[in-house]
Ligand binder design. Structure first.
Ligand code: GLY
Ligand code: MN
Ligand code: MN
Length: 491
């Protein structure tokens, strides 16, 4: 480690294997060095191609997403901002589960979208420097290499990688942020940042970088006020690039196969099924479950966010599984319901088939040419579901909102880096090519004598992740079978 530290201090030539991520925007970085070292001999705070060629192709910063695409995202953001604007993004911080036990680190989604840099204690600054696309500078402040600290924490990437791998125009030690940031903000016409400028207690003992950022921004506030950044990034994040769609398709393909292979087997406990899927979501490059899965036997499926997953599964019941994997930080979101014993009972089959028809109809509306929004597809799904349920003997003539009771959630949401992606981006937007959404109608029948007896206690939700195209949907998760005959044929 001591050696590593001195090597890093004395590097004298560009790390020539890093060049795949350099020379973006036609500006080669120039340094004068006298010795060379392979990047594969160094360690970074996240996989890079040189150390993890089994995970990343040359030029990629995260799986499937190149350094060029990250630079294009920053360029598009800067282009969308007013002249002289500066965007400031603090990273996420490590969160603690209990005492010294921490959760796996997950980067803040907008920071991740614009940098691909997956470390806490970091700050990204994007300054618009002119009117054209590409007129911006990118500054990435993070922890410098520190052999002693990294012996405890595992490796982090350091300042040199901020420039040479993550393509920052300048970098600096995050510990010095209170002196490094003000010069970047001094001439800003407007500062965009999603930090709690007015709410944080100034006497807070915390010295985390986001706290220092808050105090630095606060000190500038008398002449400059920060405005929310997320509304500027959301329209960019909402429309997925071909590379993002390919990444999400891979997440969907592997996750869908995992669900189908789970359906082939006879499970006796929710826990075993949960564990099987969680492992399956680490295969073929996936990094694990994208969210805490729902594995709910029988009437527990009526609890939308049932995640205890500790009960036994019983022959004669169905199991509802809402689970998906993550690939390169992009998620997939799938729900399937199947009979524990392999064959649907008559009522289970009727209710399942009704929801499946509504789901297929709703998926078909996911095309730009329909001009519909998710909200409008939701209303169409509600109407179709009510018609289906009336045919099965459900009555809707009461004063209460019966369909709202049976189908209490929205038909879908955007998906991407987050499960409920681009928070704050409205579902009233007409769908456009590149929007990625879920379609997930469900019916949860209360144990209430106003509903036909044989359906009481049943729960069905069928969910696919879908990419919107001009003329039709591209289902990202078709490998998870959903036709009654196909499910039953698996046993
Ligand atoms: N898995 C969460 C959801 O379906 O919204
Ligand atoms: Mn969902
Ligand atoms: Mn889901």
């Amino acid at each position: 480690m001591r050696l590593l530290r001195s090597v890093l201090r004395q590097l004298h030539r560009p790390l020539n294997t890093w060049t795949s991520t350099q020379f973006l925007r036609g500006i080669p970085k120039r340094r004068s060095y006298a010795t060379s070292i392979s990047a594969a001999e160094l360690e970074f705070g996240q996989p890079v191609h040189e150390t993890h060629p089994h995970i990343l192709k040359p030029g990629e910063i995260t799986p499937g997403i190149t350094a060029q695409e990250y630079a294009d995202r920053r360029a598009k953001l800067a282009f969308s901002l007013p002249e002289g604007a500066v965007a400031v993004l603090p990273s996420a911080e490590v969160k603690y589960r209990s005492g010294a036990v921490f959760y796996p680190f997950r980067q803040e989604s907008n920071f991740l979208y614009l940098t691909g840099f997956s470390e806490p204690q970091s700050l990204a600054v994007i300054r618009k420097t002119g009117p054209s696309l590409g007129d911006y500078t990118f500054h990435l402040f993070c922890r410098p290499k520190d052999a002693f600290a990294e012996q405890w924490s595992g490796p982090w990437s350091g300042l040199r990688a901020a420039e040479d791998v993550f393509n920052a125009d300048s970098t600096g030690d995050i510990a010095d942020i209170s002196t490094l940031l003000p010069p970047l903000l001094r001439d800003a016409s407007r500062i965009y940042a999603d930090v709690p400028l007015h709410t944080q207690d100034a006497s807070s003992p915390s010295s985390s970088p986001s706290t220092s950022l808050t105090s630095v921004l606060r000190s500038l506030q008398t002449r400059i006020s920060a405005v929310p950044l997320a509304p500027q990034i959301n329209p960019l994040r909402a429309i997925k690039s071909p590379a993002e769609i390919a990444v999400m398709r891979h997440a969907g393909r592997v996750s869908g196969r995992a669900l189908t292979s789970a359906m082939r087997r006879a499970w006796t406990s929710e826990k075993d099924l949960d564990a099987y899927l969680s492992y399956a979501f680490t295969q073929d490059g996936l990094s694990g479950p994208a969210y805490v899965p729902v594995v709910a036997g029988g009437s527990r499926g009526r609890m939308i966010h049932y995640t205890q997953n500790t009960a036994l599964l019983r022959e004669g019941e169905t199991v509802l599984v809402d689970a998906g994997g993550e690939y390169g930080w992009y998620i997939t979101d799938i729900t399937r319901v199947w009979p524990v014993g392999g064959k649907f009972g008559a009522a289970q089959r009727d209710l399942y088939s009704a929801v499946l028809r509504v789901q297929r109809m709703s998926v078909a509306l996911c095309r730009a040419s329909s001009g519909l929004s998710l909200d409008e597809i939701h209303r169409a799904a509600e109407r179709a579901l009510q018609e289906e349920l009336e045919k099965l003997g459900f009555e809707f003539g009461w004063k209460t909102d019966v369909i709202g009771m049976l189908f209490p959630h929205h038909v879908g949401h955007y998906v991407g880096l987050d499960v409920h992606d681009v928070p704050g981006y409205p579902r009233s937007m007409p769908l456009r090519a590149g929007h990625c959404v879920t379609i997930e109608p469900g019916v949860y029948v209360p144990d209430d004598e106003r509903f036909p007896k044989h359906f009481r206690g049943l729960a069905v939700r069928i969910e696919d992740s879908v990419c919107v195209n001009d003329d039709g949907p591209v289902v990202l998760t078709p490998e998870a079978v959903k036709e009654v005959e196909d499910i039953e044929a698996l046993r």
